[in-house]
Structures are given as C-alpha cells and as structure tokens.
Write a protein that binds this ligand. Structure first.
Ligand code: AHR
Length: 326
C-alpha cells in the first residue's frame, strides 16, 4: 500500500490556495507562454545520495514523457556553482527553471537573475530565505515537503519510544539549507517540551553518509552518555549506525536511531532493528513540478506553497514498503 502511495508520488495539498493564490501579474513572477513543447532547466544541488538520484530520475522521466527538452545541471554540492548553473540556463534561453536550492541565502541571486531575464522559477524540495525572495512575487511557487513537520514527527516518535527520557545527539543536514534549519526546529520544539529529554550535542553531517559517520564518531566519543541519535536524513543515519557499531555498541538497543527520508537503506536498517523510524521525504518531484508549470502557463492560480504528503516508516510497515523505495 505504501509503495502504491509512492507511485502516486507527490500529492499536492492546495490548502489556503484561494487565500494566497497568485498568477502571473505585473508585480508577480514572469509569465510562461503556452507552447507545444518547452525547454526547461533543472538545477540539481548534488548527486551524492540515493535521494538526489531518485529526484533527478523523476525529473528526467517526466520531461521525456512530455517530450520536453531538459537542461540538467549538477552543482556537486557547491552553492556558487549552482548560481552559475542557473545563469547558464538563462543564457541558453530556457522557458522555465526548476531549482533545488542547496542553501537558503546564496541562491537568492540566481532566483533574481531568472526573474530579471523573464524566466519563471519553481523551487522544488528546498526553499530560499523568505525575507529575501517571495513566492508568487520573485518565483512562482515552492513545491516540497513540510520539513518542520518531519522534525516534529521524528521527535514525537522518540518521546514515545524513550518514555520521554533520552540523551540525544543530533546530526544536522547541510548548514544554511532549509531542510537542516526546519528539521532542527520541528524536532527541537518537541524535545524542549519534554524535560527528561536533552539534546546534548548537535553538529552538521552535510546530509552525507561518510560525514554523518565521522560526525557521529566524534560525538559518541565526546558524549558516552548518549543513547539516541537523530539524523536529518537516512544517509547520515546509516553513517551513524556504522559509527555506533565501530564504538562497540548496538544500534537500535544501546543507541536508538531516528531519521528522515525513507530511502531503501533506511528501511532496511529498520527491518534489521538498527533504526527505529524514518519520516518520509518523497524525492519524486517530476509529475508535480511539470504539472505546476503547465498549469501556470494556462494562467491558473498557483498556490505559493504546495506541500507534499509523506508517509512514516517504522517496524510496522518498513518491510511492506521497501520494494517501492529507492
Ligand atoms: O532537501 C531534501 C534533503 O536533501 C533530503 O532529505 C536529503 O537526503 C537530501 O540530500
């Protein structure tokens, strides 16, 4: 059932659509002409994990299905390169840009440059600083998961699993990225309401497996009293599990692990009893992103924030869901 949900991919909730909906206007983002086919840009942030590969595959598959030309770039983990990638797309005259901004602030010039060049931008999966660029004004819309909710769900699972008593190590995502900031906020807010739960250290693992392992290794050494690791994504959680085992402890028993994403290795870790739970963050953006662009071209009202509906995986459903994972 969960895999069916995955295949139906991104369900967009248009809550508040009527209150906040925006279409192309003089003050708004540039319009998109109706054309038989489009040349579109997809500026990916990096390709060093299964989540990113699944997202890219979904974007490429949808472009191929529609017969649209896709200009694809990979910023290889560099916000500066991603800005240059967007500038290159502008120079190549793409009709619309899908941007997954690596970090919130450094990608503002890219959003503004596209707007100035008359090219509408959709932010997918990650956002930019809302004080510096606005949905429905500087770019058309943000399509993605509710990262604060993801952190909150991870925290709530942990409160139940530990009866409200835990010494937690938090391994954060890439510094300055919207998922790292929001997942921290959602989780930390829950923990703050539970006096028996303490975040004893919090450090970035850059959303990468080996950096997650190294961060966990250092934190476990410095804090032998830790009995929980909360990682902002499955890749870092898998790295942390390796660090726990290298320290001679049992993941899932001596140290509980909770995470976010729902990738295949994450679900396998749950099945193996090494990870407690992971909150899904669905990477399959293709259908929703391209549908939003077509809708925008037709002049439909576009909600500035389109939130994906995600699942939650633990020992009760990981085995049944793994076949549909990535
Ligand atoms: O922006 C979404 C996050 O970025 C995913 O959780 C992570 O795995 C990816 O790199």
């Amino acid at each position: 059932m969960a895999s069916l949900t995955r295949r139906t991919a991104l369900v967009i909730t248009a809550a508040f659509a009527s209150a906040f909906a925006t279409g192309a206007s003089a003050e708004g983002p540039p319009p998109l002409k109706i054309k038989p086919t489009y040349k579109v840009g997809f500026a990916q942030t990096e390709s060093n994990n299964p989540w990113r590969l699944a997202q890219t595959a979904s974007m490429k598959a949808e472009a191929a299905k529609l017969g649209w030309q896709l200009v694809y770039t990979d910023a290889a983990g560099s916000a500066a390169k991603q800005v240059a990638d967007v500038n290159s797309m502008i120079a190549q005259g793409v009709d619309v840009i899908f941007l997954a901004p690596r970090e919130e602030k450094p990608l503002i010039p890219a959003v503004m440059a596209a707007k100035k060049a008359g090219i509408p931008v959709f932010l997918i999966d990650r956002s930019v600083d809302a004080k510096l660029a606005k949905a429905g004004v500087d770019y058309v819309a943000f399509i993605g998961s509710d990262f604060v909710l993801e952190g909150k769900q991870a925290g709530e699972w942990l409160v139940k699993a530990t009866n409200g008593k835990a010494n937690i190590l938090e391994i954060e995502g890439s510094t300055g990225s919207s998922p790292a900031m929001d997942r921290k906020k959602g989780f930390d807010d829950v923990i703050a309401k539970n006096p028996g739960m303490k975040i004893i250290a919090s450090q970035s693992g850059d959303f990468a497996r080996d950096k997650g392992r190294q961060t966990a290794e250092a934190l476990l050494q410095a804090h032998p009293e830790a009995n929980v690791i909360y990682a902002h994504n499955d890749e870092m959680a898998i790295g942390a599990i390796a660090a726990i085992e290298a320290a001679g402890k049992k993941p899932g028993k001596d140290i509980l692990v909770v995470s976010i994403d729902g990738e295949k290795d994450g679900l396998q870790a749950i099945i193996d009893g090494k990870m407690g739970a992971t909150v899904e963050c669905n990477p399959r953006f293709g259908p929703a992103a391209f549908a939003a662009a077509m809708s925008y071209a037709k002049g439909d009202k576009i909600p500035p924030i389109m939130t994906n509906k995600d699942n939650f995986y633990d020992a009760s459903n990981a085995a049944a869901s793994i076949a549909g994972s990535y």
